[in-house]
Design a protein around this ligand. Structure first.
Ligand SMILES: [Zn+2]
Length: 240
């Protein structure tokens, strides 16, 4: 049908618009970021109210009118409702969507990031064995690789040589030798190094062990590299 688009998408953001509409920022697997209006979705009886809620995912049918997209229907795949019962997991989930919103561009699909976000939202909702930071830390490590800001791990980010002891330096872009690091930079132990390496190896999955401290270090790195603060991330970190 001309003017109709079918996409698989996740709602990154949903804001009230006019009296009863909602404006959605969708992360589509096929085309990257797309803004679409869900007409009447703000009414509780609307068939679109679930589809216009943050984190919801499904197959969206969009109609184009005068250069704008409107949600016609949505076949919902998941809503991640358990997030609403866990404020900390919810804040971390919001942080991941904010970071995706910053990275994903219109007309520029990023299926790896899309699939990873879906899996991270699933873990944050249903995996009770791991802390939220075990889900978020490898997500941040991998997101930075996908956005071209991967943490330097194999060689010193400062001298380019083999790393002697280690500290983490955001400005330099990763792990650097302790001998040319400022004393107030965080120390990276052998086991930290292993956790960081494991986080970007193989399939995306939650990290093992306690990665709370590493998750904070990565949070600062993400803000430095993307030159943006992420309010939901700060909020989530302050809940620990
Ligand atoms: Zn060095």
């Amino acid at each position: 049908m001309p003017g109709t688009k079918i996409i698989n998408a996740i709602v990154l953001r949903s804001v009230a618009y006019r009296d009863f509409d909602r404006m959605l920022t969708l992360f589509s697997r096929e085309e990257g970021s797309i803004s679409a209006c869900a007409r009447g979705a703000h009414k509780p009886s609307s068939p679109l109210s679930a589809a216009a809620t943050q984190f919801c995912t499904g197959e969206y049918v969009l109609e184009e009118k005068n250069g704008r997209y409107y949600v016609k229907t949505c076949m919902l795949d998941g809503a991640f409702y358990p997030l609403r019962e866990d404020p900390r997991a919810l804040s971390y989930a919001a942080a991941l969507t904010q970071i995706c919103e910053e990275i994903v561009q219109a007309g520029d699909p990023n299926p790896e990031l899309y699939d990873m976000l879906l899996r991270a939202l699933t873990y944050l909702s249903f995996d009770k064995e791991h802390d939220a930071t075990n889900v978020v830390f490898p997500f941040l490590m991998r997101t930075m690789v996908l956005s071209g800001h991967g943490v330097m791990l194999t060689r010193c980010a400062s001298c380019g040589g083999r790393i002697v002891d280690a500290r983490f330096d955001d400005e330099a872009g990763g792990v650097i030798c302790a001998r040319h690091a400022s004393r107030n930079l965080p120390v990276i132990t052998g086991s930290d190094m292993q956790s960081m390496t494991d986080a970007v190896r193989g399939e995306y999955r939650p990290s093992e062990g306690d990665v709370k401290r590493l998750c904070r270090i990565l949070g600062i790195f993400v803000r430095t590299r993307l030159e943006r603060d992420f309010t939901a991330l700060t909020f989530a970190e302050n809940m620990e």
